[in-house]
Design a protein around this ligand. Structure first.
Ligand SMILES: Cc1cc2nc3c(=O)[nH]c(=O)nc-3n(C[C@H](O)[C@H](O)[C@H](O)COP(=O)(O)OP(=O)(O)OC[C@H]3O[C@@H](n4cnc5c(N)ncnc54)[C@H](O)[C@@H]3O)c2cc1C
Ligand SMILES: *[C@@H]1O[C@H](CO)[C@@H](O)[C@H](O)[C@H]1NC(C)=O
Ligand SMILES: *[C@@H]1O[C@H](CO)[C@@H](O)[C@H](O)[C@H]1NC(C)=O
Ligand SMILES: *[C@@H]1O[C@H](CO)[C@@H](O)[C@H](O)[C@H]1NC(C)=O
Ligand SMILES: *[C@@H]1O[C@H](CO)[C@@H](O)[C@H](O)[C@H]1NC(C)=O
Length: 463
């Protein structure tokens, strides 16, 4: 008798007697997470002739691509807003027949307000031109050219300067005037001045400046969510498992088996390769067969919470761009938790913002913070604020800004992390492995797809 039958006789298994055998799905590659990189990888693999199964916890693909569609046909992007006009982006849009337009954020009427008091922060003298300081920043980080594609391709030893707080680099290179611009890219880090320089460069580095120099951004005419609606069509609904998570994995060098669960039950996906595209933090890996090496790396991540919010009918006239500024803090950068910028949603009556908090900061906390900030602006008569303003959308981007303590980076965390690629038939992409910006992530993902395809071809030849 099998052990499982003995256990069943003794009533020691949790399997209900009526449970159906799990459906078995066989594919070349199982992809966990159907956000920006998981969807991109699926499309690339299909183009190369491989079959995929995408497991996504939400009811749609696209991850941070949040678009609110209003009944009258207007739309508001409140996660990903626009893309650098790079060939990797245009190629993806064109393949999916996503129509796009050029876009430049309209920063007219920029106001600086201390969200903690609600008062406008007076600007003395002429407005600061950030360009010279940004050019100094660019020149000062060029020495770290191995970071220029957005990957963590660090040398050994890691230069100490990269592990020191960004504050020191700002002082040494006179970058104060560039801080607001750098912060708008690196705000997910929270306190950017205390963050190691490495992570600030990863948020706003040579590749981001290169992207900005391409001219206006481009964005899908029907919102960023439209890309992933088309991607889902391309991938095929039969290959996507929505509202599902992996609850168990079994992996070795010959292939993987992943048990996925949704409210209807469980399925078993058997694949030659596994691609994990969401950040591999331990709370997301329960039931995974992690070995010591994987566990010792994945337990090191630190991260923050990040929320995208849309406010309707707040009373602020259309067209404002309100930058949270704490005049008492260095560079005017606000302390965590904060809403960074409240800006016009490009549809009359609508404003957007993003909220950054510590790891445990919840969506409820974020909503309360935004309401309190706006009410203080009303009380100070900085802006007319309506009593009946409404938060009409709030989306979580938790976890964001994945970092490790400087000691870990110093002792080879990223070299060890990248060495996991391909081990136990498992590959990784996404913003824990590369800068959190779409073109660079898609570029990085392309490299991982090539590596997987090479390994799959190699394993056929050796048979
Ligand atoms: C607020 C915000 C604004 C941004 N704006 C821009 C921008 O304007 N331009 C730009 O180029 N980039 C922008 N980015 C960066 C952009 O998010 C990334 O480039 C890209 O979305 C990251 O893709 P990813 O696949 O790594 O992660 P995600 O897109 O987050 O994909 C991860 C996916 O995995 C799913 N998932 C998570 N856990 C599980 C699980 N346990 N099981 C199954 N599925 C799971 C998630 O639902 C998600 O769909 C922005 C990011 C944020 C957060
Ligand atoms: C994007 O860049 C390409 C190549 O440089 C250029 O031809 C095109 O006009 C740009 N598109 C937009 C919408 O700006
Ligand atoms: C835009 O996307 C929304 C939501 O997917 C859809 O309902 C609408 O028809 C689309 N509009 C156009 C013009 O494609
Ligand atoms: C500022 O933006 C608003 C909203 O888009 C617009 O109505 C207004 O004309 C703009 N003002 C200037 C000076 O460009
Ligand atoms: C993508 O990678 C190639 C080299 O592999 C590089 O030349 C290009 O600049 C990268 N593009 C982006 C957007 O990072």
């Amino acid at each position: 008798m099998l052990v499982s039958q003995v256990l069943a006789l003794l009533g020691l298994t949790s399997t209900p007697a009526s449970s159906q055998p799990e459906e078995i799905i066989t594919r070349d590659v199982a992809i966990l997470g159907g956000g920006g990189t998981g969807s991109y990888a699926a499309v690339q693999l299909i183009d190369r002739g491989y079959s995929v199964a995408v497991v996504e916890q939400k009811h749609r693909l696209g991850g941070h691509a949040d678009t609110l569609y209003l009944p009258n046909g207007d739309l508001i992007d409140y996660g990903i807003r626009a893309y650098f006009n790079e060939s990797v982006v245009r190629d993806f849009f064109n393949k999916l027949h996503v129509e796009y337009e050029s876009y430049w954020p309209s920063a007219n009427n920029t106001d600086r307000v201390d969200f903690r008091t609600g008062a406008r922060v007076p600007v003395s003298g002429d407005p600061v031109d950030p360009i010279p300081a940004i050019l100094r920043y660019r020149a000062a980080i060029e020495q770290f050219n191995y970071l220029s594609t957005g990957g963590y391709f660090l040398p050994d030893p890691v230069p100490e300067a990269l592990l020191r707080p960004f504050r020191e680099f700002v002082e040494a290179n006179d970058l104060q005037d560039a801080l607001t611009v750098i912060w708008t890219f690196s705000e997910p880090l929270g306190d950017i001045l205390e963050a190691p320089l490495l992570f600030v460069i990863q948020m706003f580095g040579i590749s981001h400046m290169h992207g900005l120099l391409q001219g206006p951004y481009i964005r899908p005419r029907n919102g960023s969510a439209a890309i992933f609606k088309e991607a889902a069509r391309y991938i095929g609904e039969d290959n996507i498992f929505y509202e599902s998570t992996a609850i168990r994995t079994t992996r070795d060098s010959t292939g993987v088996e992943v048990v996925v669960e949704n409210s209807d039950g469980r399925k078993r996906i058997r694949a030659r390769k596994l691609l994990i595209s969401f950040p591999p933090i331990l709370p997301k890996l329960r039931g995974f067969d992690l070995n010591e090496k994987e566990l010792s790396l994945f337990r090191k991540w630190k991260y923050t919470a990040y929320y995208g919010v849309i406010i309707n009918n707040c009373g602020i006239p259309d067209g404002f761009n309100i930058v949270n500024t704490d005049p008492k803090l260095p560079g005017g950068l606000p302390a965590v938790p904060f809403a960074s910028i409240v800006d016009f949603g490009e549809v009359s009556g609508y404003y957007r913002t993003r909220v950054i908090g510590t790891e445990s900061f919840t969506g409820r906390d974020a909503k309360q913070l935004v309401l309190d900030d706006l009410r203080r602006m009303g009380a100070e008569q900085t802006f007319p604020i309506n009593e009946d303003l409404e938060i009409v959308a709030l989306e979580s981007h938790w976890p964001t800004a994945l970092t490790v303590p400087p000691d870990e980076a110093r002792s080879g965390f990223y070299q060890k992390l990248y060495a996991l690629q391909g081990r136990r038939s498992t590959y990784y992409t996404g913003y824990a492995f590369c800068t959190d910006y779409s073109p660079q992530l898609w570029n990085y993902t392309l490299n991982i797809v090539d590596m997987m395809v090479g390994d799959m071809r190699g394993s056929l030849e050796s048979k």
